[in-house]
Design a protein around this ligand. Sequence first.
Ligand code: ADE
Length: 226
Amino acid sequence: MRIDILTVLPKLLESPFNDSIMKRAQENGHVEIHVHNIRDYSTHRQKSVDDYQYGGGAGMVMTIQPIADCIEALKKERAYDEIIYMTPDGEILEQVTCNALSMVDNIIILCGHYKGVDQRIRDIYITKEISIGSYVLSGGELGAAVLTDAVVRLIPGVLNDETSALSDSFQDGLLAPPVYTRPEDYEGHKVPDVLLSGHEAKIEAWRNEQSLKRTKERRPDLLEGE
Ligand code: ADE
């Protein structure tokens, strides 16, 4: 899979992909992540990437030209399955979307800044608009990092059996059960007996029960319609 991220702040995207699972996924050839500085595509004499908004109002708007030129240059090289715009008014990111995106070959992720991009960029190029939650960030970069991480870890082969995504929260429509490691007894706070029993069927049943309990308590919306 190949992910091209378009941003005016490429530095913000350096560290999230240079450690741990994301780093290994790139080293092992499961994913190529390319970060493009939109400013490099600006034909403006001062390399500007934003301008005042028509109709007035506070805040700058990202101009069409550098973004369109960057997207066109990428599209000349390969076909893209999705061109995604990170924006607080997009669809809220859910695990099902991550699952679907982990199966495609090439995606572009456009990060908005200031008041966002000129609407015509959205009309002409964008195939999907994603928000990572009902709050406003200073820009789309952190959202793009969240989306990329959530998608890349699902690419077959990226996680091994031990870190398998199959036991993640949401993957079966439920939150994950509690987990414990050594010591068995921490100042009187004990690991549940069943996890020490060695009885696989009982452990599995306990985990399912805990998953359901947690989901009912914390995210009853996930159980609606069942
Ligand atoms: N850009 C600003 N806020 C955002 C959000 N909540 N999700 C995605 N991109 C954003």
